[in-house]
Write a protein that binds this ligand. Structure first.
Ligand SMILES: *[C@@H]1O[C@H](CO)[C@@H](O)[C@H](O)[C@H]1NC(C)=O
Ligand SMILES: *[C@@H]1O[C@H](CO)[C@@H](O)[C@H](O)[C@H]1NC(C)=O
Ligand SMILES: [Zn+2]
Length: 439
């Protein structure tokens, strides 16, 4: 009898043990379930509703004992802030950022509905808009913190914050841009930021130390109108075409550097024509026997942090749209290009930046490998934090994965997602225990 009871207790203990500490397959399924739940919230533009995903993330935070609050600088555009207090709150904190929104999807071009989070039993691929960009990292941050708290009983020295922000895909103006200007942000005393990166098609993880800054450039030409048959100088079209020619040459000179393998696409200034507007409309199209008095063209310009914006401004004023040729221009800067001290908007990736060394070491010790640090060709919310002089790296641990952000059939493989959780466990524990040598 007594022996029997003892056996039973041991059996119960064994079962309990297999559920709590080992039970790998059991534990690995739940992060995937939570990832898929988060992917099913449709937060695509133009009408993302952030209410339900924010409630979901709050419930996740509560289940592991994180503090939470929501800030709303613009109605219906919540910023969710989760906090894991460190043992030394006087040290600058770590901020892990991701965005709540996604770009739209065209369901009829997808093999599975884009908000169904279809999980292929054969390949392990999880299909959803946002699976790579960037709902993966929000859940990976939380799953890594969950494991550090519940499994590893880890205690951070620095406070760790997780922010989930709206509207990144439309420029972040009502999201991160407002957040970084707030007292609430200042009070976080952020020392280092992790933000989204991109998938890598090989074994290396990609890491981004800067974004390019987008400018919208519009050049306008004016000139005397005239009969379509007349040859005369300085018509609006002629003036505009001269500029387009010059801009095309500049574009080629930049592209040549890329083609020669001397720089990546994201390391040069790109100038791409996006529209031309001229002509006098007629019921059948355009009036053909009249040379118009006005014409304009629009360009998408992207500047890496290494470019000198004043040089480009001068080039535009003197060559691309000179007043002397009756031209005018408008530059709409879609974000900062220098930090508050006038320095290029980039995070150093060498030993002079101790955060870099800690991050790199943490990725390595999780069995990962980093590729050469890159400039991101487009932009993310990281630029707003870099503008404050806060070092920020773009990183989404997705190796051996096709780059499908903003594409049809965006997916992430379950094993890649889970490996990312492991990598973040290492990264978050290292960053939050990093204490600079005194001084
Ligand atoms: C967003 O969705 C919630 C339900 O999740 C609903 O109560 C709310 O009215 C919606 N908000 C907007 C602005 O549509
Ligand atoms: C500029 O516009 C004025 C007025 O239409 C015209 O007289 C002049 O020739 C134009 N100059 C050039 C360089 O286009
Ligand atoms: Zn993104």
């Amino acid at each position: 009898m007594a022996a029997g009871r003892h056996m039973l207790l041991m059996l119960a203990a064994a079962i309990l043990f297999s559920f709590t500490s080992s039970g790998k397959s059991h534990e690995e399924r739940e992060p995937i379930t939570r990832f898929k739940q988060y992917l099913r919230f449709n937060t695509a533009h133009p009408n993302p509703n952030y209410t339900a995903p924010v409630s979901f993330l709050i419930s996740q935070a509560q289940s592991i004992g994180l503090q939470f609050k929501t800030l709303e600088f613009v109605p219906n555009k919540p910023i969710l802030l989760l906090t894991w207090p460190g043992s030394d709150p006087s040290l600058p904190s770590i901020l892990l950022n991701s965005h709540l929104d996604s770009v739209p999807a065209e369901p009829d071009k997808w093999s599975h509905p884009p908000f169904s989070a279809f999980h292929s039993p054969e390949t392990g691929q999880i299909f959803a808009r946002g699976s790579q960009d960037d709902k993966c990292i929000a859940i990976q941050y939380l799953e890594a913190i969950r494991n550090l708290i519940l499994v590893k009983n880890f205690k951070p020295i620095r406070t760790v914050h997780v922010s989930c922000v709206p509207d990144e895909e439309i420029g972040g103006f009502d999201g991160m841009a407002k957040f970084v200007e707030s007292n609430e942000f200042r009070e976080l005393n952020v020392g280092f930021v992790m933000d989204e990166g991109q998938a890598s098609t090989n074994d290396d993880f990609r890491v981004f130390y800067a974004d390019r800054s987008p400018w919208h450039l519009i050049i306008r030409a004016k000139g005397a109108p005239g009969h379509g048959s007349r040859m005369f100088d300085n018509g609006a079209m002629e003036n505009l075409m001269k500029s387009v020619e010059m801009i095309t040459k500049f574009r080629e000179s930049q592209f040549d550097v890329v083609k020669a393998g001397r720089a990546a696409n994201s390391e040069v200034i790109s100038v791409n024509p996006v529209y031309l507007k001229a002509g006098i409309p007629s019921p059948t199209g355009f009036v053909m026997n009249m040379q118009p008095s006005e014409a304009k063209a629009g360009f998408d310009v992207r500047l890496p942090p290494t470019a000198d914006p004043d040089l480009i401004r001068r080039r535009i004023a003197e060559e691309w749209a000179p007043a002397i040729r009756n031209m005018s221009y408008e530059i709409i800067e879609k974000g900062p290009i220098r930090d508050y001290k006038g320095r290029p908007l980039m995070t150093l990736t060498d030993d002079s930046n101790p955060w870099w060394s800690v991050f790199k070491q943490a990725v390595t010790s999780a069995g990962g490998k980093l590729g050469k640090p890159e400039i991101l060709a487009s932009t993310t919310d990281a630029r707003y934090m870099r503008q404050l002089g806060i070092p920020a790296l773009g990183f989404s641990p997705m190796a051996n994965t096709p780059i499908l952000l903003h594409d049809h059939n965006e997916f992430l493989k379950d094993t890649v997602f889970l490996k990312g959780v492991e990598v973040y466990e290492s990264v978050i524990s290292s960053l939050s225990s990093f204490v600079e040598p005194s001084g």
